[in-house]
Design a protein around this ligand. Structure first.
Ligand SMILES: [Zn+2]
Length: 76
């Protein structure tokens, strides 16, 4: 499973593995898990392709990057 961190204030999306340790550190009341709040949220996806296609259709203009911590292992 993957989590896409959608951050509206900075207009950025960051893709994480679900177990990435940075996710809990970033938790706020303005960003939901699996649903979007005022500042965005973390949305679950079963594949990287699914996350990217959602980003392509819904978050044009946002930047997109892989998490520098957990996604380094994903070289496929
Ligand atoms: Zn991560």
């Amino acid at each position: 499973m993957y989590l896409l961190n959608i951050d509206k204030p900075t207009k950025s999306c960051t893709l994480h593995f679900l177990n990435c340790h940075t996710i809990l550190l970033e938790g706020t009341k303005r960003k939901g898990i699996d649903h979007l709040l005022e500042d965005g949220g973390w949305i679950k996806f079963t594949s990287k392709e699914e996350a990217i296609s959602s980003y392509d259709s819904e978050y044009k203009g946002f930047s997109f990057k892989d998490c520098g911590k957990c996604m380094k292992r994903d070289l496929a």
